[in-house]
Write a protein that binds this ligand. Structure first.
Ligand SMILES: Cc1ncc(COP(=O)(O)O)c(C=O)c1O
Length: 420
């Protein structure tokens, strides 16, 4: 739903009501909160009102609606939330995606945009102003940090990046001007977890919104709103879309905050196209079985890497020991996801050789698709030259849908060979 009023939004999406004037049944949709996540992911955001309807939403490839009555256009623009009118107001495929992610995350409202970074930018732009301070987890996605350091700083926003392993660090970093706490459920590329219940308790006590980037975990494995978050963002480009074929982002959360985010998004114009929204929702239909399969495969691959003498260290939540293991049990009871980082024992040269020797697993600087991919942790990426490889021994793996045995065989043949 764009903002609130999901029922209206759903009726507006139905081709019957929009095109043929067919009577609608006014259904609530099939995604009953009592059903399993797996079932809800198959039906979330579905249009069910029309007596006769396409089972998959049509793609509304139009930037504007036409009106016999000009007054109707104006009233739809000012409706709360806006109704289909012009692309930046609200559009049916995008609204379906927003509604689906909001439902699956247990949020009141959602707003989908052109990329994960657009979603994060909108949260910052809607909630911060000159003099605002942000507390963010360190070791998280480099572009989020860069956005705060290089762009928001020019508008008088300051940020503190804190070690989320240090229980007192977040509280110590809070200032009277702190307007947002921003963390990742599973950090990219550090792969450490944020203690969401503790953070949300602190945020609530101080009256500061907590926004969680849930890209790596997805709502199939962790729903930050259930742990007290106020907002959740996703790079839909990754596991939600799930097929390396679209770029999108979404913010879901408290309706009052979403109203500000939606208004800012309308003015900024970072809108998502109908085709990418449709593809994203199609990806979400298989999210639950994909994340279950991916988590199982990733656990096998991580265990194999941890045993290999050519691997110095593996960072995967499912392998976490000590206090982190308890956090993993509490936050990720259904699986630890598909992301891991590992250090190659022979250093940067050996890591570069490993990447070149892989036959099945391609080097690709993204994650979350059906294909397993490997890359350098994003923080280390620098302008590429033909001979370029970063001076790090770390590699980041995103597990896809292949068999664990085939992935392990590929990694093993690349790790087993001596220097070449
Ligand atoms: C955790 C996380 N958040 C946000 C983003 C940004 O997403 P996008 O590339 O869709 O803008 C990424 C991209 O890799 C990411 O890994």
């Amino acid at each position: 739903m764009r903002g609130e009023g999901g029922e209206v939004a759903k009726a507006e999406r139905e081709p019957g009501s929009m095109q043929n004037g067919e009577e609608t049944a006014g259904s609530d949709g099939l995604a009953d909160p009592a059903m399993s996540f797996r079932t809800r992911a198959v039906h979330a955001g579905e249009s069910t009102g029309a007596a006769v309807r396409p089972l998959s939403d049509p793609i509304y490839q139009s930037s504007v609606y036409a009106f016999d009555d000009p007054g109707l256009s104006a009233s739809r623009h000012t409706a709360e939330p806006p109704l289909p009118n012009y692309s930046r107001d609200h559009f049916p495929n995008v609204a379906a995606l927003e509604q689906a992610v909001a439902e699956l995350e247990g949020a009141e409202a959602g707003y989908a945009v052109a990329s994960g970074m657009a979603a994060i930018s909108l949260v910052f732009l809607a909630l911060l102003g000159t003099g605002s301070h942000v507390v963010a987890g360190c070791g998280a996605y480099c572009d989020t940090e860069a956005l705060l350091d290089q762009v928001l700083s020019r508008f008088g926003v300051t940020a503190s990046f804190v070690d989320l392993h240090d229980a007192g660090a977040v509280a110590a970093a809070l200032q009277p001007t702190t307007r947002l706490i921003f963390v990742e459920t599973i950090a990219n590329p550090g792969i450490h977890l944020a203690d969401l219940p503790a953070l949300s308790a602190l945020a609530r006590e101080r009256g500061i919104p907590l926004c969680v980037d849930n890209t790596f975990a997805t709502p199939a494995l962790c729903r930050p709103m259930e742990h007290g978050a106020d907002l959740v963002v996703h790079s839909v480009t990754k596991f939600l879309g799930g097929h390396h074929d679209l770029t999108a982002g979404v913010v879901v959360g408290r309706a009052d905050l979403l109203r500000r985010i939606q208004r800012t998004g309308y003015l900024i114009g970072s809108l998502l196209g109908a085709m990418d929204a449709w593809l994203a929702l199609r990806g979400i239909r298989t999210l639950a079985p994909r994340m279950a399969w991916i988590s199982k495969t990733a656990a096998e691959v991580a265990a194999e890497l941890a045993r290999h003498p050519a691997v110095a260290a593996v960072y995967y939540p499912g392998l976490a020991a000590g206090p982190d293991a308890d956090l993993v049990r509490r936050l990720l009871p259904d699986g630890a996801g598909g992301m891991m980082t590992f250090d190659v024992a022979g250093g940067p040269e050996a890591a570069a050789r490993l990447v070149r020797r892989l036959r099945l697993i391609p080097f690709a600087p993204s994650l979350g698709g059906t294909t397993t991919t490997i890359c350098y942790p994003p923080r280390t990426l620098a302008p590429a030259t033909e001979s370029f490889h970063p001076p790090v021994a770390s590699l980041r793996l995103s597990i896809g849908l292949e068999s664990a045995s085939d992935l392990i065989a590929d990694l093993r043949q690349a790790l087993d060979e001596g220097p070449r």
